[in-house]
Design a binder for this molecule. Structure first.
Ligand SMILES: CC(C)(COP(=O)(O)OP(=O)(O)OC[C@H]1O[C@@H](n2cnc3c(N)ncnc32)[C@H](O)[C@@H]1OP(=O)(O)O)[C@@H](O)C(=O)NCCC(=O)NCCS
Length: 212
């Protein structure tokens, strides 16, 4: 599914369960010690997806350990992103010479838990959501919104190391399957704060991806 959202030069791999064997490197396995079985399985399957991306790019399937802020540390010269949720594990990667930033996010279809929408959107964004909902109530627009902001954050963070809350981003969402996220960091950075991406909704999943 995710490949539909990606530009040329970005490789992807995804899984919808944890059935395939997904061995971990010792340092990764150590990280998962004491974690719940579900988290361990999701982590391992998503790592297997990420390693398939690396070999697709002609690289070696190395251990991918988290850096500061939880972002995976990809090998030098590679950018990538990982996501997992109920029923989905996925990874994308590209040569940094071709693509400078990647972010993906998966969410289950269905409304956000009560109270979350007002925490992640401005009044203007809620007006935009109301318009989108009245034009097409079949799309879980609030989930798409949430997911698109997370995808933008995953592309932003590795380049800057700056944490941003959901209200530090303004999202413009198009019914045609694209979006633009404008991030507002608390300090100036040389990194362009505007990220464009694509979204799709399947029967059970919302997927978003940012690439530039
Ligand atoms: C980091 C965050 C985006 C992860 O999203 P999530 O829906 O909870 O979980 P997902 O399964 O989709 O993604 C988890 C993966 O994202 C990656 N990730 C975690 N932190 C990251 C970061 N700071 N930057 C980039 N990628 C990150 C990791 O690969 C992680 O999986 P792993 O721990 O198995 O390696 C989310 O927990 C968060 O902190 N959000 C707050 C910040 C934000 O989204 N702001 C939006 C406005 S800019």
């Amino acid at each position: 599914m995710i490949e539909e959202l990606l530009p040329p030069g970005v490789t992807s791999s995804e899984a919808f369960d944890d059935a395939a064997p997904a061995p971990l490197f010792p340092a990764e396995a150590a990280l998962m010690e004491g974690r719940r079985a579900r988290r361990r399985r999701q982590f391992a399957t998503a790592r297997a997806c990420a390693r398939r991306c690396l070999t697709d790019l002609g690289g070696r399937p190395v251990a991918l350990l988290p850096g500061p802020g939880g972002a995976p540390r990809w090998p030098s010269g590679v950018v990538g992103s990982i996501t997992h949720c109920e029923g989905y594990r996925g990874a994308v990667a590209a040569r940094a010479s071709t693509v400078s930033a990647l972010g993906i996010d998966a969410e289950p279809v269905g409304p956000l838990p009560k109270g979350v929408l007002s925490l992640i959107t401005s009044p203007e964004e809620r007006a935009e959501l109301a318009e989108l909902t009245s034009a097409d109530p079949s799309v879980p627009w609030d989930r798409v919104f949430f997911s698109a902001k997370e995808a933008a954050y995953k592309a932003w963070y590795p380049a800057t190391g700056i944490w941003l809350g959901f209200r530090d981003a303004t999202l413009a969402l198009s019914a045609a399957g694209t979006f633009e996220a404008t991030l507002r960091p608390p300090v100036p950075t040389p990194v362009d704060p505007v990220y464009r991406g694509r979204w799709l909704v399947g029967p059970e999943l919302v997927l978003t991806a940012v690439a530039r």
